[in-house]
Structure formats: C-alpha cells, structure tokens
Design a protein around this ligand. Sequence first.
Ligand code: SOE
Length: 365
Amino acid sequence: MTVAGPGIAVVGGGFMATVHSRAARAAGARLVGVVASTPERSREVAASLGFERGYGSLDELLADPSVDVVHVCTPNALHAEQALAAIAAGKHVVCEKPLATDAATAERLVVAAAEAGVVGTVPFVYRFHPLVREARARVAAGDLGTLLTISGSYLQDWLLAQADDNWRVDSAAGGRSRAFADIGSHLVDLLEFITGTRITELTSTVRTFFAERANTPEVTTEDAAAVVIRLEGGAIGTLLVSQVAPGRKNRLHLEVAGTELSIGFDQEAPETLWLGRRSGTQVLPRDADQLHPDAARLSIVPSGHPMGYQDAFNAFVADSYAAMAGQSPDGLPVFADGLRTARITEAVLDAADTGRWEAIATSTD
Ligand code: SOE
C-alpha cells in the first residue's frame, strides 16, 4: 500500500458514504467496492459513487484482498461489530462516530486495533480546518494565558418538528444517546483538541421534547443536552447541544477565554477566527502567510478562496491513509479519541440520570 493509493471499500450507502468516497478519491485511493443494505443497493451505490463493484455482503467485502481500508458509514449500532470484523480481517478502519454505542465496546475496538496492528481513525473532521489548527497552536504557545472559561454549543434544527424522524432517533439503531453522541461528540473532541486540556468532570440535564415521532412511537434519545464542565488546570465551561434549534443548521461554536485573550471558532464560518482582548477584538482571516505551520499545511488554496467541510474531510482521510502507510500526521483523530468521546457521552447521560457530577476516566486499561 502506498500513501496515495490504498484500495478502499465503504460499508453503507447514505450521505456519509458519499462524503467519505469523495475524500478517498481526492486522496488517490482506489475505490474498490461498497456494501449497502441489499446487494442491489450495493450495486446502485457503487455505480453512483464510482466504485468498481457492489458486494453481496460484508463478508464478501472483507474477503477481498484488494481492500486495504474499510470505511464504516452505517447506523451507529452497527459500527462496533462491523469495525471489529474489519480489524479481524486485517484491514485498517475509518469508523464513523460514535465508535460504539457504549464506552466499554469502544474500548474493545481500541484494544482490537492495537493488537491487530492496524490503524483505526474516527472522522472528527472539524480538527482539519486550518483555523482550528491556528487556534490550537496559539493556545499551545501560551497566547491565551491561563485558561478560564469555555463556552461551546452545537445547534441544528433538522429534528425540530414531530414529523421529523431518522434512524438516529430510535435507540435501537442510534444508541442510548442521540444529540450528544451525534454532535456533542464533535464539540467535546474539538474543545479538548484546541485547548489541549481534558474535561475532568461534568454534570448535565437532557431533554426529549418529542416523546414520539413520525416512525418512532417511543423516543428515549435526547433532543438536547445542557452540560457544565470542569477541566484540568481549573477552567470551567458550559456546553449546549440541540437538534431542535430553529435556524441553526450545523452551528458548532466554541469560545475559549484565557487571562490574556479569547479565541472563538464557528464551524459555519470556518475561514475566520475571532480574537478578543480587553483592548479590542479582531476577526482573523485565513491568511496563509501568517499561519502557524500546522495550519498552513492544511491551507490548500490562497486566502479569499474559501475552504470548507469537504476540504476538512479530505484532509482527515488523507492523513488517515498516511498513518496507515506508516507516517505519524499530527492531530489525527484515532480510535482512542472515539473512546474518549464515548466516555464523555456516557457521563453526560449518567449525570442527567443521577443529578450528580460524573468523573471522566482517562486510561484505556
Ligand atoms: C447529522 O447530525 C450530522 O450529519 C452528523 O452526523 C455529523 O457528524 C455532523 O458533522 C453534521 O451533522
């Protein structure tokens, strides 16, 4: 396998399969095959995404020696079992988040990948916006001073009406957590990535505003979660996650305040970074000449030529393949990061149930 040309296969035929396939093609992969819900659907998806073939089953895909990497893009409840099967077949894995619907199973995946000597990555792709790397570099350089507070939110509106439904709503397919596992996981991953600081404990309240939806008679997964966090080093923060926020499509916003400087990032406007000082504020554009090297590496077109979500995804997949070819790209989200967010997700739901503060485990023992 070369950095540019692994043979890849995708499990799943939805929106994320399309995004992964585009990124794989951009990274120079050979698009070998797809398995979707039925053999016929596999063939249709393969034809529409430009893969060589559709498979009749996951077993058939895993038996194909030309597949080096398996991208798992199925409903959440299937991720762990399919990723474990791919690992057992000696394949590298890019697995959609959540890695598993509970933390103990996510931990099994971390161990299985390590034992098999394969690379497992998770698309926490917002890490790949150049200005996220810039924010991270500035925190690491001490520009913010001592971290004081964090305010984060991730808001969407695609489940705002009772008539809105999706497999994610049903805990049998999506898992115990919905909003937090789906988008809160991105938020906490980004928060810890940018600050280089871990959440040590949290408390939360969650709500299911629609007890039933069009095709889900009994909804138990949360529409929204409000979380209070404490971090190592003494900073505190609040996080709001909602899939029922009118007008917000995919707005992840994170603001980190230190003793010297605040820094703000908005995923829907990823080409600028907000900088706040007591003396005034500034909106920093992605100006390639002024970026830290890690940000400059990901800045692939000159400023004034906007980059976005698919660029971030492409960079994530390219770095995943580089790691699978033996390189060590900085900031690559791997299975251990998927485990970390699975633990935080579990703590959010546990805290909501008990009304207590929950500590977040840090080891993988
Ligand atoms: C749906 O809520 C979704 O597509 C998530 O699954 C993604 O991870 C997020 O990036 C956008 O919203």
